[in-house]
Design a protein around this ligand. Sequence first.
Ligand SMILES: CC(C)=CC(=O)SCCNC(=O)CCNC(=O)[C@H](O)C(C)(C)COP(=O)(O)OP(=O)(O)OC[C@H]1O[C@@H](n2cnc3c(N)ncnc32)[C@H](O)[C@@H]1OP(=O)(O)O
Length: 535
Amino acid sequence: MRRIQSRVNINSPEYQENLKANEARLGEFHRRQNAARHERPQRDLDRLARQGKMLPRERLEMLLDPGTPFLELSTLAAGEHYDGDSPSASCITGIGIVAGREVLIHANDSTVKGGAWYPMTIKKIVRAMDIAIENHLPVIHLCDSAGGFLPLQSELFGDKYFAGRIFRNQAILSKMGCKQLSLVFGHCTAGGAYVPALSDYSVIVRGTGAVFLGGPPLVKAATGEEVTVEELGGADMHTSVSGTCDYPADTEEQAIAIGREIVAQWSKKKKWDAQQQAPEAPYYDPKELYGIIPANIKTQFDMMEVIARVVDGSRFHEYQPAYGKTLICGFAHIWGYKVGVIGNNGILFNDSSKKAAHFIQLCNQNKTPLVFLQNITGYMVGREYEREGITKDGAKMIMVQAGSEVPKFTIMTNGSYGAGNYGMCGRAFDSRFLFSWPNSEISVMGGEQAAKTLATIKTTQLEREGKSLSEEERAKIYSDVTDDYEHQSSAYYTSSLIWDDGIIDPADTRNALGMAIATAMNAPIEDPRYGVLRI
Ligand SMILES: CC(C)=CC(=O)SCCNC(=O)CCNC(=O)[C@H](O)C(C)(C)COP(=O)(O)OP(=O)(O)OC[C@H]1O[C@@H](n2cnc3c(N)ncnc32)[C@H](O)[C@@H]1OP(=O)(O)O
């Protein structure tokens, strides 16, 4: 494959302006990430210390094989919700290596409300377990949870993707033969109790670990029975009387050591026979992305320059380079894995949409995973394009993309608006992993466009009544709508809602994708089948 010839001039004023803007953005990203991971009220840290418990990240570090990477997911989940009271949605999820096996890890964070599950905690855990199901991964649960966050029960209890989905996913994983291990460090009450109960293996720490449907106060209230924690759900009772847990441990360290021994007994699964070659670092420095990503989201940039800083050796075989030029399609390797890359270089027109549909079919035929690099304002609108069939051409792209059997990966590099988000494998289209850059935005349309649309609707409505929209009213619609859009389309807001699997430093894109692709290779790729395309 030929090396991409970069046209970036690192001494240009434009590059330097972008660099300055992106360094500031990265500073903000790292500040937020660090706070979500580590900043907790002192009294909560003291409570855990008094109980002799480790922090969730200390447990995680001890569990993982030393020196191996951990792909943390959705670190900034819930960051813009609940007044910031549920940092990282009160849990850690991610993919790492334990005893040489690739595993998905889910850890409760009992520094936040006893590890109780906020609605967003549940969304994050369910998403992590969906990842385990899609990619055939075993799961390790680090349990220390008060169960459902009681004040918000109506947002977490009875619906399809609420708390029950965690247990449903555990049962599905078990049926699939994906092993699950629970290490019980703290009190696991009610919902929290089913996680170890639905695991294949469990280890429980004497003194601090407990598993019960209702703790002693609830039992007293319900039946009048007075019972201690140890009698009701402690380590010795569950490992010698009820059989709910398998191994007692005297300390957290011992529980983790037993857990690692259990995982070491699991058979190592053979991965899908992917098209692979020796990995090669990109020829161009990924950190140059900071000078390429525009300071202003509306400024167009060449996606080929991004591809050059993500793929192996910066080598790329472009498909149909002279046709449908607002969309780049082509083959490359990431961490040695062959991939089909689809990146926006402008609006999606009829030709670029048809090119995408054809390229996606080729990748499915060849079982080549797809990487989508989104920077899209949408599909072209207007009489000329409708007459050419832009709606049905866009539908073709969506049809084959949605029906793909190959694993798909999506990066939000800048703007993602309207149906372009869908065609380019947005969240609704089952990317195995979707990551956002700190500068990126997602919304149904741009804020100014939404404000203009709503002002036009209001004007038409008032004209029907023989009235007109005053300048003050128009200005108010503009400022209200654009303010809301600016806030709600930011990567921090959408990541808080778990519309992605996390915000990443753009320079880490290649490693995030490499780990994600390696993870996806645990599941087989089916033969292609397509829906009916409107010709
Ligand atoms: C999903 C399904 C099907 C059902 C459920 O899960 S219902 C949930 C039932 N859960 C419980 O009954 C657990 C009640 N909590 C406890 O027993 C204890 O809090 C504890 C053993 C989990 C932790 O005890 P610890 O001494 O370590 O800490 P506390 O001071 O008691 O609590 C710290 C902090 O967390 C708040 N908290 C605890 N549990 C919940 C909860 N389930 N929902 C909301 N908030 C909870 C507690 O009020 C305290 O808050 P502050 O720090 O603000 O005082």
